[in-house]
Design a protein. Structure first.
Lengths: 237, 237
C-alpha cells in the first residue's frame, strides 16, 4: 500500500490518503506537545514506539471483540487504518486520580476509585477541549445518545482488558484517553492510538511514571520511560 | 418562631437556628456577588424580592408534588425552612444556551436546545465550583447514584413546571441553578432559592434580560429588572 497525498498533520501524527478510499496511512512523529500546546519538544524514538505499541494493543483488543481502526502495520512508524470520521469527543477513563482530575477536584494523585470513571472533552482546540457531559454533547450534535452509550460500553471494556494486560507487565493503568471514529459504513471503532502519550502508566511496585507526564512535568528520563514500556510490552525491542 | 444563634452567613443569605432542631430561619440580604466573588455590590430590595418570589415558587412546586424545604414565610426577608445538609452539587438546568455554557462551548447566546440539559458543579469555593459529571460526583462521595437520579428527575420536573409558569407571565426561563438538601429523615428536598439571582429570565417578546445578568454585565436597570419580575409574579408589589 502506497501513500498518496497528505490529508492532515496533527501534533504527533500525519495522515495520508491511499488508493483505497476507505483506508489511510498514519505516520507517527517524534514531536511532543503538552499543556494545551504551550510546551513543545521531541521525544526521540517516540513515533516508532507509539506506532508499534498501539498496533499491538489494538490487535489484542480486536481479539477480545473490540472493534478498532487497525488494519496493517507497514513500517516502524507507519500503519494502515480504516478511514473514519472522528467523533469530536475525547474519552477519558480513570482508575486512579491524577493529572487534571486531581487538580480540578483537589484530590491527591494516586487515590484509587471504587469504580472506574469516564468523562468526555469536546475536541476543539480553539475552546481548549472543554469538559462536556452527555446532555451537552447530544445538544451540540457531537454524537447521538445511542453512540455515546456504545462508546461508554466500549471504553469500559477496553479499560478492563488493558488493566489486566498491563498488570501482568507490572504496570498500573492510571487513566487514558481514547478517540472513536465512524467508518464509511457507520460502524463505531476505536481510533487514534494507545501509547505512553495517551495513557498514564505507573510501575506497580514503585509508582514510577512511565509515560508522557515525564515530559509534561520536566521529570527527565523521558525516552527511557517510553523504552521501558516498549520493553515490557515486547520483551525486547 | 424566634431566631436563636446565627449558623452561617453566605453571600446572599444568613441562616439562624430556631428552638426546633429541624427548622432554621433564612434571612435574605441585598448583597450581590458575581464572577466567582470578584464582583461585589448591592441590589436594593433584592432580599425581599428573592425571599417572596422563592417562597411563592416553592409553594407552587409543592402543590405539583415537588418536595421543598419551604415551611413558612415570617417577614418580607425571613422564612422558616427545613434544616437540611446541602448536597454539594449545584444543579444547572438549561433550555437555551447562555452564560458559561455559551462561552465554554462557543455557542451563541439564545440558541435553543431540542431537549433541556442538566449539569452539575462541585460546590467548593476553593476549587471555584468546577463542572463535574455523575461518575466523578459518585467517586468523590458527593452523592450516591440513587440520589443523583432522584435529583435529576426532580430538576427536570421543576423545569417543566417553572417553564410553563413563567411563559404565562411572558417570561422565557433560559436556565437556572438549584440546590438540594437532605433532611434529618434522609428525604431529598429542593433547598436554596429560586429567584432572579439563580435563574435567567428573558422577556418572551423582547428577550430583555430580567435577572442578575444585568448586575454581572453592568447593564444597568438592575433593581428595575428585579421589580419587573416581582410585578409579573405577584401582579402588584
Amino acid at each position: 500500500m502506497e501513500k498518496c497525498g497528505q490529508l492532515y498533520e496533527g501534533k504527533a501524527k500525519k495522515v495520508f490518503a491511499t488508493e483505497d478510499k476507505d483506508l489511510v496511512i498514519v505516520s507517527y512523529k517524534d514531536d511532543a506537545t503538552a499543556l494545551d500546546g504551550q510546551k513543545k519538544g521531541t521525544i526521540v524514538g517516540k513515533g516508532a514506539i507509539n506506532n508499534r505499541m498501539s498496533n499491538h494493543l489494538m490487535k489484542m483488543l480486536g481479539e477480545k471483540g473490540v472493534k478498532t481502526h487497525f488494519v496493517e502495520e507497514l513500517t516502524d512508524r507507519e500503519t494502515v487504518v480504516k478511514k473514519v470520521s472522528i467523533i469530536p469527543l475525547e474519552v477519558i477513563v480513570r482508575n486512579v486520580a491524577a493529572g487534571s482530575f486531581s487538580k480540578r477536584y483537589g484530590v491527591e494523585e494516586g487515590t484509587s476509585f471504587a469504580s472506574p470513571t469516564i468523562e468526555f472533552s469536546y475536541k476543539d482546540d480553539s475552546l481548549h477541549d472543554p469538559l462536556i457531559n452527555t446532555y451537552h454533547a447530544i445538544a451540540l450534535n457531537l454524537a447521538t445518545r445511542q453512540e455515546i452509550e456504545e462508546i461508554k460500553d466500549m471504553a469500559f471494556k477496553i479499560n478492563e482488558e488493558l488493566k489486566k494486560y498491563f498488570l501482568e507487565l507490572n504496570v498500573k493503568l492510571i487513566d487514558f484517553k481514547l478517540e472513536f471514529g465512524k467508518t464509511s459504513t457507520g460502524e463505531i471503532v476505536l481510533a487514534d492510538e494507545i501509547s505512553p502519550d495517551t495513557c498514564r502508566f505507573w510501575d506497580s511496585n514503585t509508582n514510577e511514571k512511565l509515560d508522557k507526564d515525564r515530559f509534561r512535568r520536566d521529570m527527565g528520563n523521558v525516552e527511557e520511560a517510553y523504552a521501558e514500556m516498549m520493553k515490557r510490552v515486547f520483551g525486547v525491542m
